[in-house]
Design a protein around this ligand. Structure first.
Ligand code: PMP
Length: 305
C-alpha cells in the first residue's frame, strides 16, 4: 500500500517523513526519554491501558511530566492508530508507540537546563512478520553475551527508557556467533535476565519459571503469559534462574509484544528439549491465540508457505 503513515509530534499530526525532533532534544542528545509500545491483533489494539500505565510509571521514575493525562495519551494513541490502519494489510498488524522526552536542551546536560515542555511523539511501525517467521518453524537460538543487563542499582531495568545500549551490545555479540540468534543477558549475579525486547521463561517437569521482576522490564506479554498459566493451572513462579537451569530445561520460550510466545530451539548452541515447540509452550501459545482472537503462530508462518 502506498499511503504514508502519520505520526503525532507535539500537538500535530504529520506525515512520517515530516515527523522530526530537534537536534537539541534531550531524548536525542542524552537518551533522556521514555517510551512504550503495544500492537494490534486483527487491527484491535492490545492492552493499551496496561502499556500506558507502564509508560506513566517510567515517566514518574524519570520525573518527566508529559503534561497530559493518561486518558488524553490514550485518546491521541487511538487517533494515530486509526489514521494509520488503512496502511495495514488485512492479515497484518502494527506496533503503536508513545515516546516522551524531557524536551529541548537549554544549557548543556544540566537538568536545570531542560525546557519546560516535553516532546511527545506517537507513531506506528509495521511488525516484521515475514523476517521473523522462521522462528516459529525452527525455534529461536539464544545466546548469553558477555555484557550484563543494567542492574537496578545503576538504572532501573523496570523503566522503559531510551537507553538500550547494553541490549544492543548484547545483540551484536549474539549475532556474531549466529546471525539468527537473540541475546539473553544475564544479570550481575549471573542469573538469566532478559533480551533486547523480550522476557524469558523456562519449563522443567511441567513447572514454569521466569526471572524476578526487580531485574527485568515487566513485559505486558510476560504478565499475560503468567495469567494464562494460572488459568491453565500450570505452576509458574518468579525465581533466580541460572545458566545450568537453562541448559537442563525441558522447554524455553521468550515473550514480547510482537513475538507473543516464541519457542527457543538452542541455548548457547545446545539443543533445548527435543528442539521443537514443547507441550507447555504449545498450550500457552494456543491460549494466547484464544485471548487475542488471532492465530499468533499462523500470522508468522503464513510467510513460509
Ligand atoms: N524487556 C525489554 C528490555 C523490552 O524492551 C521489552 C519490550 N517492551 C520486553 C522485555 C517485553 O515487554 P513486552 O512484553 O511488554 O513487549
Amino acid at each position: 500500500m502506498t499511503q504514508e503513515r502519520v505520526a503525532y509530534v507535539n500537538g500535530k499530526i504529520v506525515p512520517e517523513s515530516q515527523a522530526t525532533v530537534s537536534i537539541s532534544d534531550r531524548g536525542f542528545l542524552l537518551g533522556d526519554a521514555v517510551f512504550d509500545t503495544t500492537r494490534t491483533f486483527g487491527h484491535q489494539i492490545f492492552k493499551l491501558q496496561e502499556h500506558l500505565e507502564r509508560l506513566y510509571d517510567s515517566l514518574k521514575w524519570m520525573r518527566i511530566d508529559p503534561q497530559m493525562t493518561l486518558d488524553e495519551m490514550s485518546d491521541l494513541t487511538m487517533d494515530v492508530l486509526e489514521r494509520n490502519l488503512p496502511t495495514v494489510d488485512v492479515d497484518d498488524d502494527i506496533w503503536v508507540t508513545q515516546r516522551v522526552t524531557r524536551g529541548l536542551r537549554l544549557a548543556g546536560a544540566d537538568i536545570q537546563g531542560a525546557a519546560d515542555r516535553p516532546t511527545v511523539i506517537i507513531e506506528c511501525f509495521p511488525i516484521p512478520f515475514q523476517e521473523r517467521a522462521h522462528y516459529y518453524r525452527d525455534g529461536m537460538p539464544i545466546v548469553t553475551p558477555s555484557v550484563r543487563r543494567t542492574p537496578p542499582e545503576a538504572m532501573s531495568p523496570r523503566a522503559k527508557t531510551h537507553n538500550y545500549i547494553n541490549l544492543i551490545q548484547a545483540d551484536m555479540e549474539a549475532r556474531a556467533q549466529n546471525p539468527h540468534a537473540y541475546a539473553l543477558l544475564l544479570d550481575m549475579n549471573g542469573n538469566l535476565c532478559e533480551g533486547n525486547g523480550s522476557n524469558i521463561f523456562l519449563v522443567k517437569d511441567g513447572r514454569i519459571r521466569t526471572p524476578r521482576s526487580q531485574y527485568v522490564l515487566g513485559g505486558i506479554s510476560r504478565e499475560t503469559t503468567i495469567e494464562l498459566a494460572h488459568e491453565l493451572d500450570i505452576e509458574i513462579s518468579e525465581d533466580d534462574i541460572d545458566v545450568f537451569d537453562a541448559y537442563t530445561a525441558d522447554e524455553i520460550f521468550v515473550t514480547s509484544t510482537s513475538l507473543c510466545i516464541c519457542p527457543v530451539s538452542t541455548f548457547n548452541g545446545a539443543q533445548v528439549g527435543d528442539g521443537s515447540t514443547g507441550p507447555v509452550t504449545d498450550r500457552l501459545q494456543k491460549a494466547y491465540s484464544g485471548l487475542v482472537s488471532i492465530d499468533i503462530i499462523g500470522q508468522y508462518t503464513r510467510w513460509l508457505e
